[in-house]
Design a protein around this ligand. Structure first.
Ligand SMILES: N[C@@H](CCC(=O)N[C@@H](CS)C(=O)NCC(=O)O)C(=O)O
Length: 225
């Protein structure tokens, strides 16, 4: 599928699957407004294990971004790469600007801490062999996530509405992607008022809406997507 504003040649190719970790890079591409190709990698059909895809991303995960011959994987790295390549889009404070440290801190924390606990909840089978152990890991992860979302909510209540105060950035997109992944939990991210306000702000953006439409998902879609 080609997403091509005007007649420009596509600059990027994003390998994606529905509702996966590509959501944030995909929405960032749409915020930037540059031409790109979308190449579906259907995990349910094990396309992420095809030799051709493994040659790009040996971890067999989505997303992967190609920029010409360059290959980049890890969703947060792709987001940072795109924000740096398109400073005019204003999706992150540049080096030396106020908020730069906070941007990096939150992007890294979201991907190495919050996203990791979400992985435990969604994919306990990747970590433990028996059902009771997996059940326990899911319960512990959900408790830990609850504390993290509660802390984020307090922060957004004191200094929001965005993670960088009154400045929207790609960190908000990344966080809202992770918030969608809580929709099957007893207490989802939308239960926290300040987080829910941020979710409302980000999901109202044309770029987010276009990403959801292109991926064929909505906020409360089935848990497989
Ligand atoms: N840290 C990676 C995680 C990517 C990831 O786990 N993607 C999932 C979909 S959300 C995936 O590709 N799963 C396929 C599998 O584990 O076989 C990132 O953020 O890019």
């Amino acid at each position: 599928m080609r997403e091509e504003p005007g007649n420009e040649a596509p600059v990027y190719r994003l390998f994606w699957d529905r509702g996966s970790a590509n959501m944030a890079p995909h929405a960032v591409l749409r915020e930037i407004g540059c031409p790109f190709d979308l190449i579906r990698v259907d995990i349910s059909k094990a396309e992420n294990r095809d030799p051709g895809y493994l040659a790009l991303n040996p971890n067999a995960r989505v997303p992967t971004l190609m920029h010409g011959d360059r290959v980049i994987y890890e969703s947060a790295a792709i987001v940072l790469y795109l924000c740096e390549a398109h400073p005019g889009a204003g999706l992150m404070p540049l080096s030396g600007e106020a908020g730069r440290g906070a941007f990096l801190q939150w992007l890294f924390w979201l991907t190495n801490t919050l996203q990791e606990d979400l992985q435990h909840w969604w994919h306990a089978d990747n970590y433990l062999d028996t059902e009771p152990a997996r059940h326990e890991l899911k319960a512990v992860s959900e408790r830990r996530l609850g504390r993290m979302f509660s802390d984020l909510d307090s922060r957004l209540g004191q200094g929001g509405p965005y993670m960088l105060g009154d400045r929207f950035s790609a960190v908000d997109i990344f966080l809202v992607m992770l918030c969608r992944w809580t929709r099957g939990m007893a207490v989802s991210a939308t239960s926290y008022p300040n987080l829910n306000r941020l979710i409302g702000l980000v999901t109202a953006r044309p770029a987010w809406k276009a990403m959801m439409l292109a991926e064929g998902i909505d906020w409360n879609g089935p848990l497989a997507t």
